[in-house]
Design a protein around this ligand. Structure first.
Ligand SMILES: [Zn+2]
Length: 521
């Protein structure tokens, strides 16, 4: 018995074209075209779904986020504008959540106006018996209380780091701030102390479906997150498709059988490694110094020879690289490391972020052509980028139009929780460049995409970057993952005040239904 659904009475954007009707059979698209042609091939007994003028788009795909971090609930610090405000917010949250570590994110030294480095004593005012860990808005720094510095195994792992990554006091002890590579051992110690419970994962995954997401790439996966995902998958509770990228340096911590797990919903498809930091803390590796700090040009992470060897070993086990590179010097190094990757079957080699691409870097990228996994939402979030890069160089940041025109596989993603997970925010940032208040990292209209192109970044192209090139569209053969929007046009949907998602269907089943009927925007 086939399960068939015939979608009529609206419009369907397949990822390539607009059609009148869509037929999904046993979870896969069987036909997309005119109403007559689609109706003719539908089996008798097909369930008819009336769209009432609404638009259907393929299920959205986020090629780079962090599920384990998203599932770890904690206080939101983004709008705290002083140390007292920050401590008060965490205090309220910790009263409501009385046990376990307190892990918050979203602070920035500029917003707090401290005028000095944050330290452990600041957070000891909150608690001396619960670990307190606050991630910087960029994710590239963490602020800890004394108890968090005492997490099992952490101080041993930090002992070899230079003062630039682990600032120490006159007594030689870490002051409570970890930067760049030193954040890695912390994430590991935290994961070992308390993995987020399965329920939190299941809840997080359901929340993603409410935004229209049906497939995600989860980056820098640790073994406990991976085990949680596998348990959910085996229990039939993984309601969307997950492709996981363990962190290269932790590959040895994974049991071989865990990495070999492969189902329709969950597979481990690559490894993640860092080549530089981020623009916010001026650690993205630039070929010329920062415009607002002429003595700094960021930092290069990892020894190229060791990295190349580790990447080759991972590749030989079937895990192609996903290299974090934000500054142009880091992108150049990524291209050199990937030059020997060559054409292979399976998931593509990728560069994550690939934020700054001056003409020379574009030329080098052209010869290697990895998948380029970008975060359009950063165009809104990095509103201060012109200060960092100066007025000339900033025009080379977040060049989505240029990269698409050069024929690159450009995939959309959020990097959540380090930026909002809502894909509609990213789609709108890729189209409008400026946020509703007019701010932008690089507002150049010549880098703007059409709404259809922006959606393609978050559907077909992102699926291809995750190694599923026949997914992410509503053309025949693709899985029938789809989103019914609460608007008849992409432009209207994009500008809706909230996520414009009326229903999300995964594998031919309804995974999310919003509260009201379609609004006509
Ligand atoms: Zn990331």
């Amino acid at each position: 018995v086939t399960e068939a659904t015939l979608w009529v009475g609206g419009r369907v954007f397949t990822g390539r074209r607009y059609v009148e009707a869509l037929l999904v059979e046993d979870g896969r698209v069987a036909a997309a075209g005119t109403l007559d042609a689609t109706r003719r091939v539908a089996p008798t007994g097909a369930e008819r779904q009336e769209l009432g003028g609404a638009l259907v788009v393929p299920g959205l795909v986020d090629a780079h986020l962090h599920l384990g971090e998203l599932a770890r609930e904690g206080p939101d610090l983004v709008s705290a504008r002083s140390l007292d405000a920050l401590l008060e917010r965490i205090g309220v949250w910790s009263t409501e959540h009385p046990s376990g570590p307190i892990v918050g994110r979203g602070w920035s030294e500029e917003w707090l106006g401290l005028g000095r480095l944050p330290n452990a004593a600041d957070l000891d005012r909150l608690s001396t018996d619960r670990p307190v860990v606050l991630y910087h808005a960029s994710g590239h720094a963490a602020w800890l209380n004394r108890r968090a510095l005492e997490l099992e195994g952490l101080s041993a792992r930090l002992s070899s780091f230079p003062a630039a990554m682990v600032p120490r006091g006159s007594d030689g002890a870490p002051v409570g701030l970890l930067l760049e590579d030193a954040v890695g051992p912390l994430a590991r110690a935290l994961e070992e102390a308390t993995a987020p419970p399965l329920e939190a994962f299941a809840r997080t995954v359901r929340g993603l479906a409410s935004l229209g997401l049906t497939r995600v790439g989860t980056m820098s996966t640790g073994p406990r997150e991976a085990e949680a995902l596998r348990s959910l998958d085996r229990a039939g509770k993984l309601s969307l498709t997950v492709r996981a990228y363990p962190r290269l340096v932790r590959l040895g911590d994974f049991p071989e059988r865990l990495l070999a797990h492969r189902s329709a919903r969950l597979a481990f498809v690559g490894v993640k490694a860092f080549l530089d930091g981020a623009f916010g803390p001026r650690t993205a590796w630039l070929s010329e110094p920062y415009a607002d700090a002429s003595d700094r040009s960021g930092i290069a992470l990892g020894d190229p020879t060791t990295l190349a060897e580790a990447l080759r070993a991972a590749e030989a086990r079937g895990f192609p690289p996903a290299l974090h590179a934000i500054g142009d010097a880091a992108v150049d190094r990524a291209v050199r490391l990937l030059a020997e990757h060559g054409e292979k079957a399976g998931p593509p080699a990728r560069i994550e972020h690939v934020a700054l691409t001056p003409p020379g870097t574009l030329g080098r990228l052209d010869r290697v052509r990895p998948a380029l996994v970008v975060q359009p939402g950063f165009v809104w979030s990095d509103r201060w980028l012109r200060d960092r890069l100066g007025p000339e160089r900033v025009r080379w940041a977040y060049r989505f139009r240029t990269l698409l025109d050069l024929g690159h596989l450009v995939a959309g993603s959020s990097d959540a929780p380090y930026d909002p997970v809502d894909p509609w925010r990213g789609i709108r940032a890729a189209v409008d460049r400026r946020d509703p208040l007019g701010a932008s990292a690089n507002p150049l209209p010549s880098e703007a995409l059409s709404p259809e192109e922006a959606v393609s970044l978050y559907t077909v192209r992102a699926a291809a970057a995750l190694g599923d090139p026949s997914e992410g569209s509503l053309e025949p053969g693709s899985s029938g993952d789809l989103v019914v929007l609460g608007a008849p046009h992409l432009r209207g949907a994009m500008r809706a005040p909230g996520p414009p998602v009326r229903e999300t269907w995964i594998g031919g089943r309804r995974a999310f239904a919003g509260p009201g009927p379609a609004e006509t925007v």
